[in-house]
Each structure stands twice: as structure tokens, then as C-alpha cells.
Design a protein around this ligand. Structure first.
Ligand SMILES: C[S@@+](CC[C@H](N)C(=O)[O-])C[C@H]1O[C@@H](n2cnc3c(N)ncnc32)[C@H](O)[C@@H]1O
Length: 217
């Protein structure tokens, strides 16, 4: 399907929402106001629409960036698993030198472009699987809520440790998913913890808060 077709499908099935931890960002999401919220899986045109939700980990990442612009100003930022694109939008708003929104799901790329337009920023996007690569052109890596699968969490964390060892800043937003084990958390510095707004609690299976971590050397 062409990007234009993906975009019109996204626009048809989502609403613009500010009911999250970064209300200064308007995002097209599937919320309880959308028919798809209660639709059966076989009624949905999307398979696993991760991009259609603003995950608590991503909310922590974007909130922290918007409140701590110095961390991002003039940095070269890679937003891995960008989903709806909120982390990238926040980084562009806070004057990052360069931002690349990366996701392997073409719908996420389309949603990120749509959300960029709504928030009046141009987002450069990329659909390659960059995990395991050196990312030489970046100095800051954003990870929003990607520790939901144990096997993938191991691969991801190992790669992030390598990137950290090469001098990059690695920011991880996470609400306490099982993939961010105690042993892994021992390698992280806590930067902030946020209570989630009621709507986000309702939409996120019982998580009531979310956390932003930075990977230590
Ligand atoms: C749980 S969602 C989080 C989205 C967003 N960061 C947030 O917090 O709202 C995880 C995202 O990671 C993407 N993803 C999974 N594996 C990936 C990979 N190897 N490289 C890039 N993105 C990936 C998925 O397509 C999905 O959009």
C-alpha cells in the first residue's frame, strides 16, 4: 500500500488527542472515542497497531525532553521504535540538530509524518531495522516502551550498552515492563518518574506511572 493510502486509513480510524502526559503535542491515536477501540481483531484494518497508542514509556521520554531541553538542544537524535512519533516531535521542538524517527512498521512511519504535520514540524523518517548497527551519525538514542518482549529486550539492551560504551546518551522511557529486569535497571540512572493521567491509565492496562531512565557508562 502507498504511504498516501496508509495515511488516509490512519486518519479515518483515529482521533486527535491531547489526553496524555504531553498535552502540548496533538497526536492521532486510537482512543476509547474510536469505534476500533472496541472492535474485534478481525474487524480492524490494522494488525498490531502499536503506532496508534501513546505508550507510557514514550510519554515519559517526550515529557522529559520537553521539560529538559538542554539535554537535546543541538544533539543528533535517533528515535528507535518511534510509534506515533511523539519523541521525535519533542526533540525537534527542543531544537535538536537532527532527528531521525525510525520504526520497522510502515504505519508508524505514516503516523509519525501525520503527527509531525499536526504539530507543525517536519520529521525525517527511516524504516530500516537499525538494531545492532553502530549509529555513528547520532549522539542521542531515544527508546520509548520497547521492553515488552523478553527475547527482544535482551537484544535491544545489549545493543544500547554498546552504543553507550561508544559515548552516546541513551534515554529509556518505561513504565516497569518485565523486559527491563532488575539487573538491567541496575545499569540505569533514574531521571524522572511521572504519574500518568487518568485516560492513559485506563488505556494502558493498569500502569499508573511511568519512568525515564538514562543508561550509565
Ligand atoms: C510499544 S511501541 C512504542 C512506540 C513509541 N515509542 C511509544 O512509546 O509510544 C514499540 C514500537 O517499536 C517498533 N519496533 C519494534 N521492533 C523494532 C525495530 N527492530 N526497529 C525499530 N522499531 C521497532 C514497533 O513497530 C512499535 O512501533
Amino acid at each position: 500500500m502507498m504511504l498516501r493510502d496508509l495515511s488516509s486509513l490512519i486518519i479515518r480510524h483515529t482521533v486527535v488527542s491531547r489526553r496524555h502526559l504531553t498535552p502540548e503535542l496533538a497526536l492521532r491515536l486510537i482512543t476509547p472515542a474510536c469505534p476500533l477501540w472496541t472492535a474485534r481483531e478481525d474487524e480492524s484494518p490494522f494488525k498490531d497497531p502499536f503506532w496508534a497508542f501513546y505508550w507510557p514509556g514514550g510519554q515519559a521520554t517526550a515529557r522529559y525532553i520537553l521539560d529538559n531541553g538542554d539535554l537535546i538542544k543541538d544533539r543528533k537524535v535517533l528515535d528507535v521504535g518511534c510509534g506515533c512519533g511523539a519523541g521525535s516531535i519533542a526533540a525537534i521542538r527542543m531544537k535538536a540538530k537532527y532527528v531521525l524517527a525510525n520504526d520497522i512498521d510502515p504505519y508508524a512511519i505514516a503516523a509519525t509524518n501525520i503527527n509531525g504535520k499536526i504539530n507543525e514540524v517536519n520529521i525525517e523518517t527511516n524504516m530500516d531495522n537499525l538494531i545492532g548497527t553502530k549509529c555513528t551519525e547520532f549522539d542521542t538514542i531515544l527508546i520509548g516502551d520497547m521492553f515488552y518482549n523478553e527475547e527482544f529486550a535482551g537484544i535491544l539492551f545489549h545493543w544500547l550498552e554498546q552504543l553507550r560504551a561508544s559515548g552516546k546518551t541513551v534515554l529509556i522511557g518505561d513504565p516497569g515492563r518485565h523486559g527491563l529486569t532488575h539487573a538491567r535497571r541496575d545499569r540505569l540512572q533514574l531521571l524522572a518518574k511521572y504519574d500518568l493521567p487518568k485516560e492513559s491509565c485506563d488505556e494502558n492496562n493498569g500502569f499508573t506511572d511511568t519512568t525515564l531512565w538514562m543508561l550509565n557508562k
